[in-house]
Design a protein around this ligand. Structure first.
Ligand code: NAD
Length: 267
């Protein structure tokens, strides 16, 4: 039986992951972690997430919970997940990182330290979105030049980073498929007299409103027609299910860095 530790246990994603672990086969919750001064620390995790008592107390210390599990599931904040990843890597524990908003420097360090352990890093753990990464790359490749590529993402008003990690990844896979450098062609906002759209740019626009769980639209627009590929998440459970699937998969892999496409066999 695989033992999982959920970091950010009282958060929106942490709570759903703990619910998903209830029904999962071959994996159980072995530890729960929260910010040291969070009111959930010291409480039974079942009580915190709306389940019957589980006999597991929420801890505020990563070094206390790490030895209890095989895999650490991180859905918190970039600095927190980075620091927990480094500690897990030093302890040789597997890690699933769903947190988004890492700086390029964080991502470089994660890449460099991943060989010390096994880690899945994925800004979106839903099966549908990971299939979308593949589909939009194929569409971009077939359409080639002559079709303008735009991404619109929408999320709830509490989301802290923008654009979403998923929108950035969508832009990256399409830039790669089209042989473009996203650092040069990514356009993240438009205002004023901006002149005509350049052929190569990939626009990424952000909407923040209410309780939208997550929507991503990729538009390929030519003269006289357009294709739109849309993914709408109806609840967080698809991400949580993906995180549990990744946690079960990663513990048996050779050391290194993986993404959700690896977990789902989409490569
Ligand atoms: P949230 O704010 O509801 O939850 C984050 C939790 O982390 C909070 O409970 C907070 O107290 C806790 N936390 C803060 N510091 C901590 C520490 N030092 N140790 C342990 N816990 C700590 O946020 P959320 O909506 O659950 O999202 C969390 C992250 O997951 C965000 O980066 C979000 O973008 C990302 N996310 C990823 C996916 C995916 O599929 N990969 C899906 C949804 C959200």
């Amino acid at each position: 039986m695989i033992k999982a530790i959920v970091s950010g246990a009282a958060g929106r994603m942490g709570g759903r992951i703990i619910h998903m672990l209830e029904g999962a086969e071959g994996i159980i919750l072995a530890g729960a972690l929260e910010r040291y001064d969070h009111p959930a620390v010291g409480k039974d995790v079942g009580e915190v997430v709306g389940l019957p008592p589980k006999g597991i107390t929420v801890s505020g210390l990563v070094e206390e919970v790490l030895p209890k599990g095989d895999v650490l599931i991180e859905f918190t904040h970039p600095e927190v997940s980075f620091s927990h990843f480094m500690q897990a890597a030093a302890a040789g524990k597997a890690v699933v990182i769903g947190t988004t908003g890492f700086t390029p420097a964080h991502l470089t360090e994660i890449r460099e330290n991943a060989p010390r352990t096994r880690v899945v890093l994925a800004p979106n753990m839903s099966v549908g979105v990971n299939l979308m990464f593949k589909v939009v790359a194929d569409v971009a490749r077939v359409l080639g030049e002559g079709y303008d590529v735009e991404i619109v993402e929408a999320h709830h008003r509490m989301k802290k980073d923008a654009p979403s990690g998923t929108a950035i990844k969508l832009a990256q896979v399409m830039a790669e498929a089209l042989g473009r450098d996203l650092d040069k062609v990514g356009v993240y906002a438009r205002k004023g007299i901006i002149g005509e759209r350049t052929q190569d740019e990939i626009g990424i626009q952000t909407v923040r409103a209410g309780d939208i769980v997550g929507e991503h639209t990729v538009i390929f627009c030519g003269i006289g027609e357009r294709i739109e590929v849309i993914h709408r998440a109806h609840s967080r459970d698809n991400f949580a299910r993906g995180a549990v699937r990744a946690a079960k998969w990663i513990v048996d892999q050779p050391h290194g860095l993986y993404d959700m496409q690896d977990v789902l066999g989409l490569k």
